[in-house]
Design a protein around this ligand. Sequence first.
Ligand code: PBG
Length: 326
Amino acid sequence: MAFPVQRMRRTRRTAPLRGLVRETELSVGDLVYPIFVAAGEDVRNPVDSMPGVFQLSINHAVEEAREAYRLGIPAVLLFGIPEQKDEAATGAYDPEGIVQLATRAIKDAVPELVVITDVCLCEYTSHGHCGVVEKETGEVLNDVTLELLARTAASQAEAGADIVAPSDMMDGRVAAIRSELDSEGFHNTPIMAYAAKYASSFYGPFREAAESAPAFGDRRSYQMDPANAREALLEVELDVEEGADIVMVKPALPYLDVVRRVREATNLPLAAYSVSGEYAMIKAASQNGWLDERSAVLEALTGIKRAGAEIIITYFAPQVARWLSE
Ligand code: PBG
């Protein structure tokens, strides 16, 4: 009888042996925690499709940020829900806008926490699209939008944002934002570009949380077709040429092949956004008793890191921080 010479099970026998040969270690330092900041006072509205996630007024957002910092999470990502929306998305670049005010408050309270601000118009436009819409045709106008995005980014940097993160998918926006930041004196503010952002159904719960669902049409004329991977590499190439400091793939779980390919194509830091629908899936299944939440979350996030992302944006960040410290 011939026995196997190589026995892979030898190094799987005990926890210390498994630890010794482990290739990927998820750590709290990898995580970015998204927070939805709402106008108003003492607001703490639960988001139905994202159990455990809330729309928070600035005072509560500051507390949430403080807790994230205490847990060792290095960064938060801010999304704003303004009181008023209009066709020109004025709330996005208002120096006293919701994200600008929240950024100042969080940087005052927890100066060492990295504050990343979402640069997009969809939360601020009355129609919910990520850019200026031409009335007659319904087209989302690229170049007009660039100016507003650049103003938004500069006003966020002015408020103290450590990183600005454009998620709109207009062409040329990284260059437009870079040039505006530089001319306003913010040459040290990095841009984390949502380079490969897909037109995904997994953003559904976010649109409830951010009240940003488009009133007509969809986002397929600017976000990427889920069927394409080479195109993601072109998007990354362009963003790098335009001055991106960090590139991102979004969503994460259905696009791990893209994460891997981008990792191999660039040496810039790579972020992956594990989006609202990924959070909702695991939450719903575990609330039904169909999945063990803790092990499912840690497995999913470890997979994202293994695929090549060193920055992981996840609504599970505080929970993960607690699990990892136990
Ligand atoms: C804004 C934006 C979206 C997300 C992040 N920034 C929504 C969208 O493009 O419709 C989705 C994040 C998530 O689902 O967690 N453009």
